[in-house]
Design a protein around this ligand. Structure first.
Ligand SMILES: Cc1cc2nc3c(=O)[nH]c(=O)nc-3n(C[C@H](O)[C@H](O)[C@H](O)COP(=O)(O)OP(=O)(O)OC[C@H]3O[C@@H](n4cnc5c(N)ncnc54)[C@H](O)[C@@H]3O)c2cc1C
Length: 236
């Protein structure tokens, strides 16, 4: 996905990329997790679980963020941001206050929800809290058996509960999901219950890759993956 465009291209499309959404309400789920409700014209936007909106975070930089909730009639979209402090996107989002106007693109990307898969297992980190929040109502409404695994920094360990997520297990983000042997010992692999489940792995690229490898060796269900960020890499 494109994360930056030359300034002259931005200038050329300036009118198309001008602010189109206003920050209505802001809340902090933790000091690092900022939830913003934006209002704008969503009538032509097509939302799917796993799709991302591109937000303009500087004159030339764009970053992907997912809708946690939307209401087309009211023109409302909620996004849950991880304020990690390492990049231009995070720093820009940190400065947003009520009343600010920003550019949010229509959502696009990879569909990660298959209503036909009875058992759904979802793995992610702070960047995936929005996707998880958008997933939950469908998992409940369509009577899926589901389980979330999250790797989170210590200061965010309560955010899943505060966001009203269900059936989640929170693990400390300490590199465990980069350790195949450790992953192999997870309760998930102790029974055959999840053998044919659908797996959705999102978040940190290295964790996703390692988890996928272990799942491929042990499970027969479909595995969908999408890396959301990678150490040292700008704007995935
Ligand atoms: C489809 C999709 C949906 C996404 N949805 C969301 C969402 O809803 N909420 C959300 O917060 N993020 C989401 N992300 C992730 C977000 O786009 C990335 O974290 C992005 O790199 C942030 O841009 P940045 O400018 O802050 O950092 P960048 O300039 O991209 O990166 C600079 C440095 O920061 C590091 N970095 C980037 N992200 C993190 C992080 N989370 N923790 C620690 N270090 C990091 C990079 O590794 C790099 O070293 C999504 C990504 C994708 C692909």
């Amino acid at each position: 996905m494109i994360s930056s465009i030359p300034k002259w291209v931005g200038d050329l499309f300036e009118s198309a990329l001008r602010p189109n959404a206003k920050a209505l309400e802001i809340s902090y789920i933790s000091p690092q997790i900022k939830k913003i409700r934006f209002q704008g014209d969503l009538s032509k936007m097509n939302f799917e679980i796993g799709y991302a909106n591109v937000i303009r975070v500087s004159e030339t930089e764009y970053r992907n963020y997912s809708a946690a909730y939307y209401n087309k009639e009211k023109g409302i979209i909620d996004i849950i941001f991880h304020i990690h402090g390492n990049g231009v996107g995070s720093q820009y989002i940190d400065t947003i206050k009520t009343g600010d106007e920003i550019y949010i693109s229509p959502p696009r990307g990879k569909k990660i929800y298959d209503p036909n898969v009875k058992q759904q297992f979802i793995f992610g980190d702070e960047t995936c809290l929005g996707v998880a929040s958008s997933f939950l109502p469908y998992l409940k409404k369509n009577n899926h058996q589901f389980q979330f695994y999250f790797e989170l920094d210590g200061e965010n360990k309560n955010v899943t509960e505060l966001l009203g997520l269900e059936n989640f297990t929170v693990f400390p983000k300490n590199g465990s999901f980069r350790n195949e042997k450790w992953i192999n010992n997870l309760p998930l692999f102790k029974t055959s219950e999840w053998k044919t489940a659908g797996f959705v792995l999102i978040g940190n690229v290295k964790s996703v890759q390692t988890f996928r490898k272990v799942l491929k060796n042990n499970m027969s269900g479909k595995i969908i993956t999408q890396g959301y960020w990678l150490e040292g890499k700008k704007g995935l």
